[in-house]
Design a protein around this ligand. Structure first.
Ligand code: SF4
Ligand code: SF4
Ligand code: SF4
Length: 291
């Protein structure tokens, strides 16, 4: 079931990326196939064009479900997942650990969020379009088309080509090496949605009674936001990818409205506990899926 949800999420995100890409390509080559609605569900264009219904809808969705926009709708997020897959270690039994928990770079996140807010207030379009993830994706696609197609220079000027190349380079370097770190540092939309989703109704929660700290979830968490020392998930950085619940052998991490603590308070994890070695008492606990 958990794998099914994850696969569904992947299919939806690929569909959004394909439609978005088709829209950008058709606009660039002037064939006139425009899926206008795809722009109206992107968050920064929603703000700039005052699509109040879309803004309210995203606010409600994020409060209830978390960063669904980042998991399924933002094309730059899906592109990062696609690139990071290229670097994935081969074979399920690979000893190479892909991701590890990292602390939040809060100062960096807040810096780019404040810069974006000031740019919106003062109407500094250069900064807005540089930090908007949707515009970044448009620049990347336009720059990929630039050398091969007879583009109208008024539609895709050479400066946009260079911007697209620079954006693509940053995206490739970040996602190959760190998964979704770009989403949790440079992207102001991710920061804004993250601070809302940190208190969302549905969040990923680790049931400390069932977790053996095997590390499998941490290994696939491209946001590096699963802290197995304290058995908590940083909801502000979680991008709702469902990778973690699809690999947990004990059904210990769940997407749920409830919050679990160890049934025996004396067994609460401490910050000095190892993040990879399982307490002996936890090893013997059976999860609902095993019992
Ligand atoms: S954090 Fe930004 S770039 Fe990443 S998926 Fe969300 S909106 Fe897109
Ligand atoms: S038991 Fe599940 S939640 Fe605990 S570390 Fe392993 S994969 Fe993660
Ligand atoms: S906590 Fe789970 S759902 Fe959230 S980003 Fe990490 S792997 Fe994905």
């Amino acid at each position: 079931m958990n794998t099914l949800i994850k696969n569904l999420r992947v299919i939806i995100s690929l569909a959004f990326m394909a439609i978005t890409t088709a829209t950008i390509v058709s606009a660039a080559v002037g064939v006139g196939v425009h899926y206008r609605w795809i722009v109206s569900v992107q968050i920064v264009p929603c703000f700039l064009e005052a699509f109040v219904a879309s803004i309210v809808a995203w606010l409600i969705i994020t409060i209830i479900f978390g960063r669904v926009y980042c998991s399924s709708v933002c094309p730059l997020g899906t592109l990062q997942d696609f690139i990071s897959r290229l670097y994935a270690p081969r074979g399920r039994e690979s000893s190479v650990r892909r991701y590890r928990y990292r602390r939040e770079l809060r100062g960096v996140r807040l810096f780019f969020l404040i810069v974006m807010l000031l740019a919106v207030i003062f109407g500094t379009s250069v900064i807005i379009y540089a930090l908007d993830p949707f515009s970044a994706y448009v620049h990347i696609i336009d720059s990929a088309l630039y050398p091969t197609m007879p583009l109208d220079p008024l539609i895709v000027p050479f400066s946009a080509f260079l911007t697209g190349i620079a954006t693509a380079l940053v995206t490739v370097i970040f996602s190959l090496r760190w998964g979704r770190l770009l989403c949790n540092t440079l992207c102001p939309v991710g920061t804004l949605l993250g601070y809302i989703s940190a208190r969302s109704l549905f969040r990923f929660d680790i049931n400390a009674d069932f977790c053996t700290r095997c590390g499998k979830c941490e290994d696939v968490c491209k946001s590096s936001c699963i802290d197995l020392t304290d058995l908590v998930v940083d909801g502000s950085r979680c991008v709702d990818c469902f990778n973690c619940i699809s690999v947990c052998p004990h059904n210990a991490i769940r997407y749920t409205t409830s919050r679990h603590r160890l049934s025996d308070p004396l067994m609460q994890p401490t910050s000095s506990a190892s993040s990879v070695s399982a307490p002996a008492s936890n090893q013997s606990v059976k999860s609902p899926s095993e019992s």
